[in-house]
Design a protein around this ligand. Structure first.
Ligand code: NFS
Ligand code: SF4
Length: 627
């Protein structure tokens, strides 16, 4: 067993960029050069352009904008707007899923695959389930879920899942999330010209907006995706560009919303479609994925992962991609012009994500089946347009076991139950591993790639360091894909663990890095933290668990950071969220907020320091508990 190194992945990328150069393609590597150095004002968060008296930029000589706003107000407002953008994206994705469930029919393309989960949610929300047809119930629950976005009074229903202590903290800090749309609107209103410029109030609203994402919109996305497409269970798959198959029609799904990709996978598996592909000279059809859509279909179907965020151009550069089919978020507009350098069809499907140089096939729950079929057919028809001289698929790939939903983790760890623990179906076996010290703690590794950091380097190196120190990793998003590409989700990676974690991996038959899903599935991590807290009687902030987004880039990641911190988990970032221009904002985020939510941010760009700090924090928490 051997990990795939960063250097090997870079060599592959360089080889693909040579193809790119041949056909005159642009790439992010080239564009980064054009954009460097970045604007210092933007980097520090001290540029304001929310009114047309500006833009105003803060310098020692010009310490206030024209309206008189200082650096703290400007940085704070920018931070809140960043959060609002992220919350809107995650939550609107959740809303789409709820809307898809609302249209589910026994004979339609969207069915209820996990009725148990649906019933569980209905009961939590005091919706009568007795004697109801499961589709009637689905529509009723989906309707209530859609109402959560604009509810007139009260708080997000899902917050009732948080431990009582957490809810008390939220109440005291006045950050319990209300309607999702309202939190986003409040954020936009507070940051309008001439409103809030007090950092403390802006951070509070950042947390409340983040919480409406984590315990609202994102959780809706996760839970209702499970209801529709099934709750993930452990499944084998593969990762890295080598999953593409030269002889086959290659369809790459990219984005976030599984409603589209699930159906593409289904039609690509249809014997009629496979026969059609054969009639066009291909051996078959391979669907692989990029970004979180990939995580969704990998977790539920074992569809292989071609790569993560900064590899999206690479899939086209193989010259063997017949269609890259996207839904929403994290899609490079670069894919349009890039696909024009090859035979690749760039297919956009959502009114939310429309791009030049793409074929737009409007995807709609009512016509989803026909849409998916048309897209698969378009890819097959495109096979003959391939230029064989440009085809290069590296053979690099790794095996990965994925699909660790909260339910799956609980079930899998029941397997390591020893005589002292007899409560199956809870997180108690995991807690026992932690208290006994066999596992020292857990790190939730999440988030993107960012050209500011060598792609995957921090993800992979930090994970290696953690597991060697008996700290188990739960991973999601592009971080999870970095792990899978490296080989850290292969069960054989247990050999890289400390003795304690290695034993747990052997007993439970799990890899040391557990794939919990896409970024909206960080809500699974919230539920895991909540369960651990309830089963142990400890507060979430007392658990030896921290969060880490070492290579993050998107607004969504800031929204996530805010809800993870606000839930009581210390969060470590490797990229600064444009706040360095205000010492007051920095002090609040890295320290002050601890008084409200018992956790805070740490920003550290140095790999070794970042890893050491996380281990230190975990050991501090253990020491405080006397374990
Ligand atoms: Ni998360 Fe997923 Fe990846 Fe970052 Fe984008 S795909 S939602 S935002 S880049 S991890
Ligand atoms: Fe400048 Fe104030 Fe307008 Fe911002 S709100 S652009 S700081 S005048």
């Amino acid at each position: 067993f051997k990990l795939t190194t960063i250097e090997e992945n870079e060599a592959i990328t360089n080889r693909l960029l040579e193809t790119g150069a041949k056909v005159g393609a642009d790439s992010w590597q080239l564009r980064v050069k054009n954009q460097t150095p970045h604007c210092k004002f933007g980097e520090q968060g001290v540029c304001c352009r929310i009114c047309s008296m500006g833009p105003c930029r803060i310098t020692p000589k010009a310490p206030r904008g024209i309206c008189g706003c200082d650096a703290h107000g400007i940085v704070g407002r920018n931070f809140l707007r960043f959060t609002a953008g992220g919350c809107a994206a995650h939550s609107d994705h959740g809303r789409e899923i709820a809307h898809t469930l609302y249209q589910a029919k026994p004979e339609g393309p969207y069915k209820v695959k996990d009725p148990e989960k649906l019933i569980r949610i209905a009961k939590e929300w005091n919706i009568e389930t007795e004697g109801k047809d499961i589709y009637d119930l689905a529509h009723e629950v989906a309707y209530v879920a859609l109402g959560e976005y604009g509810k007139i009074e009260g708080y997000q229903n899902f917050t009732s899942r948080a431990p009582e202590h957490t809810r008390e903290l939220w109440k005291k800090a006045e950050i319990t999330p209300r309607a999702v749309d309202r939190e986003i609107a409040t954020a936009m209103h507070m940051t309008h010209m001439g409103n809030t410029s007090k950092p403390e109030a802006l951070v509070r609203q950042s947390f409340r907006t983040g919480l409406s994402d984590g315990w609202g919109g994102s959780m809706t996305g996760t839970e209702f995706s499970d209801v529709l497409f099934g709750t993930p269970t452990p499944i084998e798959t593969e990762a890295n560009l080598g999953v593409m198959v030269a002889e086959n029609v290659n369809i790459v799904v990219h984005g976030h919303d599984p409603s589209l990709s699930e159906l593409i996978c289904e039609y690509a598996d249809d014997p009629e479609m496979i026969a059609y592909a054969k009639s066009k000279g291909a051996k078959g059809i391979t669907v692989s994925g990029v970004c979180c859509t990939s995580n969704e279909v990998a977790m539920r179907r074992g569809i292989p992962m071609a790569g993560n965020f900064l590899q999206q151009e690479n899939v086209v550069l193989t010259g063997a991609c017949e269609a890259i089919v996207v839904d929403v978020q994290c899609i490079f507009p670069a894919l349009g012009p890039l696909s024009k350098c090859f035979h690749t069809k760039f297919v956009t499907t959502s009114p939310i994500c429309q791009m030049p140089d793409s074929d737009f096939v409007r995807f709609d729950a009512a016509t989803a089946g026909e849409n998916a079929k048309a897209i698969v057919k378009m890819a097959i028809d495109n096979f003959e347009n391939r230029n064989p001289d440009l085809v290069y698929i590296p053979d690099t790939k790794q095996k990965a076991t994925v699909g660790y939903s909260l339910e799956a983790i609980v079930k899998t760890l029941d397997g390591v139950t020893n005589s002292q623990v007899d409560e199956t179906g809870t997180t108690k076996p995991l807690l026992q591993c932690i208290t006994s010290g066999v596992i020292r703690g857990a790190v939730a590794m999440v988030g993107c790639n960012n050209p500011k950091i060598r792609p995957d380097y921090l993800h992979v190196e930090l994970m290696k360091k953690m597991i060697a120190n008996d700290i188990v990793i739960i991973a999601s998003g592009c971080s999870a894909q970095a792990a899978a590409k490296a080989g850290l989700m292969d069960k054989a990676a247990k050999d890289l663990c400390g003795a304690g974690l290695k034993r747990v991996c052997e007993l439970a038959d799990i890899p040391p890095v557990l794939h919990m899903g896409s970024c909206v599935d960080i809500s699974r991590m919230l539920m895991l933290a909540a369960e651990l807290s309830k089963d142990s009687g400890l507060n979430i902030s007392q658990l030896p668990v921290v969060g880490c987004a070492p290579e993050w880039m998107s607004e969504k990641a800031v929204s996530i950071g805010n809800y993870v911190v606000a839930t009581g988990l210390d969060t470590f970032l490797g990229v600064d969220p444009y706040v360095s221009g205000s010492d007051q904002m920095c002090e609040l985020l890295t320290n002050g907020v601890r008084d409200w939510v018992e956790a805070a941010y740490t920003v550290e760009k140095d790999l070794d320091k970042l890893g050491d700090l996380m281990i230190e924090r975990i050991e501090e928490k253990r020491a405080a508990l006397g374990i």
